[in-house]
Design a protein around this ligand. Structure first.
Ligand code: FE2
Length: 237
């Protein structure tokens, strides 16, 4: 028997953000207040998301100051850990919003294509909360299309559902004060809460992050610094 060798795996960074319980409760209270104010009628299937119902700029709200300060440090650790020299980049929170779900509500499979890095934070977790699901777009070991990504093949005996190579998605259970950081292009979704807790709410805070180069000199890739951009005034009158 030979060995499998693995190369350049997808990495999702997880850490404790460092907010104490009263601070995390205060964030939940703020999200709950925004949710209550929201006029959009709830749906059975979709979670309530603050970006389209309340605010997409939590990073400008004073009650989230400490959250974004600590998240900045975590994002710097993530980028540095990936081997990136963060002193050569300017990094921006661009859109930040809360998500609330209960009952059969979930978040369907998506990515954040307009962004570079995304974060997701759980102030308080409960065992019945729906999992964060990582569903990589590419399954590098799937040697013919849909072999692993179509669940049907796991019911016919064609592929072993328990073999780690055949997995097309991975569940990550939220923990108290857990911050996840991942490439925005990564496909992900959120499962509903366990149906034994129909009124239990699950809260999270998300933010999208964009990086620009501090100097555009001699670089082909990466966004040039914001001050070098020129608005097409004729299109923006
Ligand atoms: Fe997302």
């Amino acid at each position: 028997m030979g060995d499998f060798n693995y190369f350049n795996s997808l990495a999702v960074y997880a850490c404790n953000l460092g907010l104490d319980r009263p601070e995390r409760q205060a964030l939940i209270k703020s999200i709950e207040a925004d949710h209550t104010k929201s006029k959009t009628p709830p749906t059975k299937g979709d979670s309530w998301t603050g970006d389209v119902n309340s605010s997409c700029q939590l990073h400008d709200q004073p009650e989230f100051d400490k959250f974004f300060k600590l998240a900045s440090v975590a994002v710097d650790n993530y980028m540095t850990g990936l081997g990136v020299n963060t002193t050569m980049l300017d990094t921006y929170f661009t859109r930040s919003w809360a998500v609330r779900q209960e009952g059969s509500q979930a978040v369907s499979l998506h990515d954040h294509a307009q962004s570079h890095i995304s974060i997701c934070y759980y102030p308080e977790a409960h065992p019945a909360h729906g999992a964060f699901v990582i569903a990589p777009q590419e399954l590098p070991n799937e040697f013919f299309p849909n072999l692993f990504s179509n669940e049907h093949h796991k019911t016919t005996g064609l592929v072993d559902a328990n073999n780690p190579h055949t997995q097309s998605c991975y569940n990550l259970k939220p923990q108290d004060d857990m911050l996840l950081i991942f490439p925005s292009k990564m496909h992900h979704q959120v499962r509903p809460n366990a149906d034994t807790y129909p009124t239990l709410a699950r809260y999270s805070v998300s933010s999208d992050i964009v990086c620009t180069l501090k100097s555009a000199h001699l670089y082909e890739h990466g966004l040039p610094p914001l001050p070098l951009w020129k608005k097409l005034e004729i299109l923006n009158e």
